[in-house]
Design a protein around this ligand. Structure first.
Ligand SMILES: NC(=O)c1ccc[n+]([C@@H]2O[C@H](COP(=O)([O-])OP(=O)(O)OC[C@H]3O[C@@H](n4cnc5c(N)ncnc54)[C@H](O)[C@@H]3O)[C@@H](O)[C@H]2O)c1
Length: 255
């Protein structure tokens, strides 16, 4: 029976992933601020360390899969917090739990990115360079000074995607597959809050996928389950857009 740790397990996409994995027979270790097997705040280094220690304890130091789903949207209290949770809340768990994954029998991980990572300007966000340099204090300061939650969100998702792709060689040699799922608009509390945001709400409501609807969390969970499984045994270092065609609509000639 696979042992799988999932961050952001208490709500939205993470909760749907946990439900599907449990139905499939996984032993799931959920990580979240509250209402989870491991309760930890991934916005701080101490909280991330506590999460890693607790997961290692609960799993006996051996994990088959890891899913990093915890994240904040544009309605978060500050842009700096978005950068901290969406980037360092994922990288710290990837780094801290990779030795446990190496001991697992299936060895695969998925990070939830976003189609926002390929929106124009996300790759140019000034926080990206600081995130990739592992400089949390500077990234948070730049994000908070700008006051731009959307830039912090898109930048954090672009940076975490770069981090994953940058690990493809090292993790491949260690036998651990690592991929990104990039959702479009998914009907979760995060998305509902974004639609009501005073500055970004209208753009969020108007950004409709070619399929003409938003997705349900279960549709993202299905893609994650595929990437974790042996059915995806040669899929590594890639980005799977589960976005109803948004990426193709925005940049049809780039891939
Ligand atoms: N909903 C969308 O439209 C959408 C689109 C693209 C990507 N995503 C990404 O999907 C992921 C899940 O989002 P969702 O829409 O399910 O949102 P959600 O708000 O329903 O769930 C996010 C979860 O992350 C947890 N979390 C937030 N801050 C945390 C912290 N400091 N420590 C520990 N846990 C924390 C929350 O408590 C919550 O349970 C996020 O990374 C988000 O960026 C969502």
């Amino acid at each position: 029976m696979p042992i799988t740790a999932v961050s952001g397990s208490a709500s939205g996409i993470g909760a749907a992933i946990c439900e599907q994995l449990r139905q499939e027979g996984h032993t799931v270790i959920g990580i979240d601020l509250a209402g989870a097997d491991v309760e930890a705040d991934l916005s701080t280094p101490a909280g991330r360390d506590a999460a890693v220690s607790a997961v290692l304890e609960k799993s006996g130091g051996v994990l088959d899969h890891l899913v990093l789903c915890a994240g904040l949207g544009v309605s978060a209290p500050s842009p700096g917090l978005i950068a901290s949770v969406n980037y360092f809340g994922a990288t710290a768990l990837l780094e801290g739990l990779s030795p446990a994954l190496e001991k697992g029998s299936q060895k695969s991980a998925v990070v939830i990115g976003s189609v926002a990572s390929v929106q124009p300007g996300s790759d140019q966000s000034p926080i990206v360079e600081r995130l990739l340099a592992n400089d949390e204090a500077a990234a948070v300061a730049i994000a908070n000074e700008s006051g731009e939650s959307m830039a912090a969100y898109g930048g954090s998702k672009y940076a975490i995607t770069c981090f994953v792709r940058g690990k493809a060689i090292e993790w491949g040699k260690r036998g651990i597959r690592l991929n990104v799922v990039a959702p479009g608009a998914v009907e979760t509390p995060l998305f509902e809050a974004s639609k009501e945001h005073p500055k970004y709400g209208e753009a969020t409501r108007n950004f409709v996928a070619p399929l003409g609807r938003n997705s349900k969390p279960a549709e993202i969970a299905s893609a994650v389950r595929f990437l974790l499984s042996e059915q995806a045994s040669f899929v590594h270092g890639t980005i799977l857009f589960v976005d109803g065609g948004m990426d193709a609509m925005m940049r049809p000639k780039r891939f």
